[in-house]
Write a protein that binds this ligand. Structure first.
Ligand code: C2E
Ligand code: CA
Ligand code: CA
Length: 559
């Protein structure tokens, strides 16, 4: 029974009973065969079963409705036209063959039937049709009916390459917080929104362009230049239109445009540029459109230049760790230090971590650099241990990418064992947003490391969205208050203020609190009043080289 269901169906249309039976016999070993005596009967069968029919064998000369009439009817019907038809005829003159093919037949066999030839032809035509149907399916995105990512890029690259004289623009868009749209309104509403966006794209492209749905909320359109005027007003109208169609009042869609200039770029790279433009206006109220401009181009070029030299820079020891002291607020003594990376390039000079760290996080180099920093930090701890002072822990930064690495516990254990450093001397700082993005995975990995004896600090607390009651469930030992958070809160006259509550809450959970970016005496006094445990910032000292730090420690000891 199961086999029957899987058997492909073939419709044989033939008025001569003998011929029909012969065909049935040949085919029925492999296929399920339906029979019709003329074109009209065949149309009746098609009406009911067309979806299941893989191929039609059609005689030409028949009463009621002949083969040509049947061909004309089926080839103009969108449902039936994709079913391949093999015409069977008595004669093998070229004129008959041409007539059949020109009416839309797929192929042609002559009587008397040769079973092996018929079976092979039928099989290969069915196979061909199935493959091309599969290609059709991946050619179009199922949800929106626009081109799929792969097909869009393929076609767009082809168009750009084959029309060197024609000028093109690449337009793309990105929805702010699309994930939230799905969370709040549900997947179905999210899908409806995407279909509306696809309609807008079809309108924009008209007959001058092609468009694709790449993934999630990413759409793209390659369009001949000068058919559209890209103005803020135009895109703000489109956004308005999508909002009212979907009833999502706060929806923000950002549009980015790359004007195709450098044809050596792949359309994929052009898309990155258009998207970079779109992303650059994220969160800017009332702005929905941005052109990829020279400044962005320079930034990309700079990033590329950094990427080109980063490996060499690490090999040639252009990176160096700096230490910034932390103080016990109540007892006023040195309690630890944060390890911060510094890059001194022989030609470019000093490079700010604010520039290269986000890039290394993007291109993955951060994992390598972080390991370099940790091992240098272990080296310093070893040296201090041998000397007997300062007896303080070091805090190193751990990137998101590190924490997803399942080998991280092994890497860190190897390192501290190699240097003979106890794990509690190496504090690991992980930024707040990493905790909030994928808490489950983080909790697991961080939990493992804590069981090995490492201490965790949540960095930049107050800069993201983690709620206080979430802290309860997170595996952390120290809360590090973000410098902006401290700056803003200590500037307010209100007492006790939110900082006070945060610190109380942290203490009730047995967490220590470090205030970061303390720049003034007033800030320190305020933190001290509200029981903050430790502080770090320019008020005490800027980050300094290890040599300077050692001198600094000696001097403070004396002082
Ligand atoms: P962060 O982890 O929040 O580090 C604190 C940053 O604040 C440091 O900037 C530090 O120099 C600066 N800072 C310290 N005290 C003050 C102050 O009183 N006022 C002000 N305005 N700033 C202060 P830096 O060294 O430029 O590092 C920037 C960021 O780069 C770090 O932020 C961290 O996210 C990242 N980073 C630095 N080194 C590493 C590293 O080795 N690995 C990783 N993954 N990231 C690192
Ligand atoms: Ca940090
Ligand atoms: Ca921080």
């Amino acid at each position: 029974m199961k086999r029957m269901l899987l058997q492909k169906k073939i419709l044989v249309v033939e008025d001569n009973m003998l011929n029909r039976e012969m065909l049935c016999e040949i085919l029925s070993s492999t296929y399920e065969v339906l029979e019709a005596e003329n074109g009209q009967e065949a149309l009746d069968i098609l009406e009911k079963h067309w979806e299941g029919i893989s191929l039609i064998l059609l005689d030409i000369v028949m009463p009621v409705m002949d083969g040509y009439a049947f061909l004309s009817r089926t080839r103009s019907d969108p449902d039936y036209s994709t079913i391949p038809i093999i015409v069977t005829t008595q004669s093998d003159t070229e004129a008959d063959e041409v007539a059949a093919l020109s009416h839309g037949a797929t192929d042609f066999v002559t009587k008397p039937y040769k079973p092996q030839i018929i079976l092979h032809r039928v099989a290969s035509i069915i196979h061909l049709r199935e493959t091309s149907a599969m290609i059709q399916r991946v050619q179009y995105d199922r949800l929106t009916g626009l081109y799929s990512e792969e097909f869009f890029y393929h076609s767009a690259n082809d168009i750009v390459r084959k029309n060197p004289q024609q000028e093109y623009d690449l337009l793309c868009s990105d929805i702010e917080n699309f994930k939230l749209v799905n969370d709040i309104y549900g997947i179905a509403a999210g899908d409806r929104l995407l279909c509306k966006v696809a309609e807008v794209y079809r309108e924009i492209a008209g007959e001058w362009g092609i468009c694709g749905h790449l993934n999630a909320d990413k759409f793209v359109c390659l369009i001949e230049r000068h058919h559209l005027e890209y103005t803020d007003a135009f895109f703000s109208r489109i956004n308005e239109q999508i909002r009212s169609l979907t009833n999502m009042k706060n929806l923000v869609m950002n549009w980015g445009l790359y004007q195709v200039g450098d044809r050596s770029l792949l359309v994929e790279q052009m898309f990155d540029r258009a998207l970079m433009a779109a992303r650059s206006i994220w969160g800017q109220y009332g702005r929905y459109f941005m052109l990829f401009d020279d400044e962005m181009h320079d930034r990309l070029a700079r990033e590329q230049a950094i990427t080109d030299v980063m490996e060499t820079a690490l090999d040639e020891e252009q990176f160096e760790i700096y230490l910034q002291p932390q103080y016990d607020v109540k007892r006023d003594h040195l309690s630890g230090a944060e390890v911060l990376i510094r890059w001194n390039h022989p030609e470019w000079g000093f490079q700010s971590p604010g520039v290269f760290i986000p890039l290394f996080e993007k291109n993955g180099f951060i994992t390598k650099l972080d390991q370099f920093v940790w091992s240098r930090a272990c080296g310093v701890l070893r040296e201090w241990g041998d000397r007997g002072y300062p007896d303080i822990p070091l805090s190193v930064n751990v990137s998101r990418a590190d924490i997803y690495n399942i080998n991280l516990p092994d890497i860190l254990m190897d390192m501290i064992q190699r240097y003979g450093v106890p794990p509690e001397k190496l504090h690991l700082e992980l930024t707040e947003s990493a905790y909030t993005e994928s808490p489950d995975q983080i909790i697991e990995n961080v939990g493992k490391l804590r069981r090995l004896g490492f201490l965790f600090e949540m960095d930049d607390f107050g800069s993201g969205y983690s709620s206080l009651n979430m802290l309860n469930n997170l595996p952390i030992d120290v809360l590090k208050l973000d410098k902006e958070f401290i700056r803003n809160e200590t500037a307010k006259a209100v007492t006790p203020g939110i900082l006070y509550f945060v610190i109380q809450m942290a203490h009730s959970m047995d967490l220590h609190v470090v205030g970061e970016g303390v720049e003034t005496k007033e800030q320190l006094e305020r933190l001290s009043q509200i029981d903050c445990d430790y502080a770090q910032g320019y008020y005490f000292a800027k980050p300094m080289s290890c040599t300077d730090f050692n001198t600094f420690v000696k001097d403070t000891k004396k002082g």
